[in-house]
Design a protein around this ligand. Structure first.
Ligand code: NDP
Length: 319
């Protein structure tokens, strides 16, 4: 038995995975503390209509879905805190979480890491202003809204190729814009994209501005050819970013096994390791450990698994 100031369960992240873990952990009476992180609500909070989350036949707004999950978790006793983890010491149990200067460190018996992966953006003010109004980082989520429209996809890797190919189901024309003339995508994906009659490749080109901020909808892109300096306008109604994701695993570098791109490696869905050995009571769920599916429902699924494993760990170790 441990002292009462030590938490049973702390959950990092308040996206779909973290909040599902919170609902399960709270219903198991673990009184979880959720540290909401630097993007509260995760990627769903910056999307619009979610049409593929089971149970919502007419779809649901991403922020509403997240708000409902928060309320559901809070109803069973989860505590949510608008704060971010700075570093974690996972070398001895109970684990110590550092929240930065002037804040009390938190001790916890189990830790559920659901800090997600952030989509990369171009970071143009016009792009940021139009997120959810024609600018999207998720083709699966928002592709349907591009039906019958001409659109652009940014990037030259496999994600961009995959998004462009997927979006040809909806859009009448897809312009794929890559900042260099070297494409990172695998040969097979490149061949598929170049062979597709609705996809046009534009290389050595950068987006300088997304047009339509005043109208609150994407009206086009102002482009610059980096070789010639020539500026052009491309009339499109949507811009999809396919320039990769960054996993939010910084506090765990050197503490947990990560893949070469910084995603947390898991086995048995949610178990994490350090130098190949399990780290007892620490679990990872959602996009921080899933670069393949990246869906709200799969994140929720692994969030549930992580909470059930945390509960089992606490039972097995005399909570
Ligand atoms: P990558 O890192 O492979 O590619 C990112 C692309 O975005 C590059 O073309 C890069 O350009 C470009 N980019 C990055 N930042 C910017 C920026 N600020 N402005 C403009 N362009 C930018 O990421 P992916 O997500 O495509 O792939 C990640 C991994 O996942 C890869 O290993 C990939 O193979 C795999 N994957 C596999 C899939 C499949 O097999 N079906 C599908 C999706 C991903 P630059 O080259 O100039 O840096």
């Amino acid at each position: 038995m441990s002292d009462t100031s030590t938490r049973d369960t702390v959950i990092l992240g308040s996206g779909c995975a973290g909040l599902t873990a919170a609902i399960y952990a709270a219903r198991a009476n673990l009184k979880p503390l959720v540290l909401e992180g630097h993007e509260p609500g995760g990627q769903l909070s910056i999307t619009t209509l979610v049409e593929n989350f089971p149970g919502w036949p007419e779809g649901v707004q991403g922020p509403e879905l997240i708000e409902n999950m928060k309320q559901q978790a809070a109803r069973f006793g989860a505590e949510l805190q608008m704060t971010e983890l700075v570093s974690a010491d996972l070398s001895k149990h109970p684990y110590v979480l550092d929240l930065g200067p002037g804040k009390e460190p938190i001790h916890t018996r189990t830790l559920i890491i659901a800090s997600g992966a952030s989509a990369r953006w171009l970071s143009l003010p016009s792009e940021q202003a139009l997120i959810g109004h024609g600018v999207s980082s998720c083709a699966t989520c928002d592709g349907f809204f591009a039906s019958g429209k001409e659109i652009a996809v940014i990037g030259g890797g496999d994600s961009a190729m995959e998004e462009a190919l997927f979006l040809t189901r909806f859009a009448t024309k897809v312009t794929l814009i890559n900042r260099t003339d070297r494409f990172r995508a695998s040969r097979i994906m490149m061949e598929r994209a170049t062979a597709h009659p609705s996809i046009q490749l534009l290389s050595s080109t950068v987006v300088e501005e997304v047009l339509g901020v005043e109208q609150k909808e994407v009206r086009g892109l102002r482009l610059r050819n980096v070789k010639t300096g020539e500026r052009t306008e491309l009339p499109v109604s949507f811009m999809f970013l396919g320039i990769g994701h960054t996993p939010n695993a910084k506090p765990f570098h050197g503490q947990l096994d990560l893949d070469p791109d910084g995603y947390i490696l898991t086995h048995g869905n949610v178990f994490v390791t350090r130098n190949g050995r399990d780290v007892p009571g620490v679990f990872a769920c959602g996009d921080i450990q899933d670069r393949r599916y990246r869906q709200a429902i799969t994140a929720a699924g692994t969030g549930c698994m992580a909470a059930l494993e945390a509960e089992k760990f606490l039972e097995d170790h005399g909570r």
